[in-house]
Ligand binder design. Structure first.
Ligand SMILES: NC(=O)c1ccc[n+]([C@@H]2O[C@H](COP(=O)([O-])OP(=O)(O)OC[C@H]3O[C@@H](n4cnc5c(N)ncnc54)[C@H](O)[C@@H]3O)[C@@H](O)[C@H]2O)c1
Length: 256
């Protein structure tokens, strides 16, 4: 799908990877709606980028909130062709640690935002995309890209909830692609390795330093622009569908 003149919903676009992919799409001629709970950063970004970007204060876990964001996007831009799910949180706790068993509330919150939030946004965007007039001779109506993590495959100690949430995103990719094929909507997932974003900066500097030596090649932390480049390619290449793509420079996470 050509990016120029298309409309993208990008969750988590007030920060990190979502922000970078949203900027890349706008730089390539798209219009974009930032769906994020962070109102201050979201509004500042929309004001900076001008008329082709709107901010919608959306909590991805809420049906009402996502529906209101979609209505606002439709009123501003008239269609939705691209849905990028980047909103997420990183959580950690051992299954049994010094303070006892893994807090169930933390488990539920992680699954709710990362997994249920992704599905909630993609299902409501897909419902809207299905109404599009096809944009090419294949009959394409939309492209959905989710963000998992290499933790879906090699979760470290303390990552039971995070890994389960990201493994769920990997698991839903093919069945959702199958469900939406008859509408001309492609569905893919990117599984990033260690990407230098504000989420990553929660870690102490010595941990960051040591992690940055773990990818095979190139031996550095990934940049948000590495992920944005991949997502742009997925949108533009009509033959990628139902796939999960690792973006990790050959990294394989160790137990801790
Ligand atoms: N940074 C990494 O190394 C890394 C690696 C693998 C996967 N990921 C995944 O990539 C995605 C983006 O991560 P990032 O590093 O850019 O993080 P980030 O913290 O910079 O950005 C996440 C954004 O999601 C938003 N958000 C959180 N909860 C939300 C909710 N309920 N509704 C709407 N918005 C919400 C935040 O406000 C924030 O703007 C996440 O899903 C993360 O799990 C990150």
């Amino acid at each position: 799908m050509q990016i120029k003149d298309k409309v993208a919903v990008v969750t988590g676009a007030a920060s990190g990877m979502g922000n970078e992919v949203m900027r890349t799409l706008v730089a390539n001629g798209a219009k974009a709606a930032i769906f994020d709970v962070n109102q201050t950063a979201g509004e500042a970004c929309a004001a900076e980028l001008g008329d082709n970007v709107i901010y919608c204060q959306v909590d991805v876990t809420s049906e009402e909130s996502v529906s209101a964001g979609i209505e606002k996007t439709m009123a501003a831009f008239g269609a939705i062709h691209i849905c990028i799910n980047c909103a997420g949180i990183a959580t950690g706790s051992k299954t049994v640690g010094r303070e006892g068993a893994f807090p169930l509330d933390l488990w539920k919150k992680t699954i709710d935002i990362n997994l249920t939030g992704t599905f909630n946004v993609l299902r409501l965007c897909a419902e809207q995309m299905a109404k599009n007039t096809p944009v090419d001779e294949d009959g394409s109506r939309g492209v959905i890209i989710n963000t998992a993590s290499v933790a879906a495959y090699e979760g470290q100690m303390g990552q039971a909830a995070y890994s389960a949430s990201k493994g769920g995103i990997v698991g839903l990719t093919l069945p959702v692609a199958r469900d939406l094929a008859s509408f001309g909507i492609r569905v893919n997932t990117v599984a990033p390795g260690l990407i230098h974003t504000p989420m990553f900066e929660q870690l102490p500097p010595p941990v960051v330093e040591s992690l940055s030596k773990t990818p095979l090649f190139p031996q550095r932390l990934g940049k948000a622009s590495d992920i944005a480049h991949m997502m742009k390619s997925i949108i533009e290449n009509d033959y990628i569908n139902g796939e999960c793509i690792r973006m990790d420079a050959g990294l394989r996470m160790q137990p801790k």
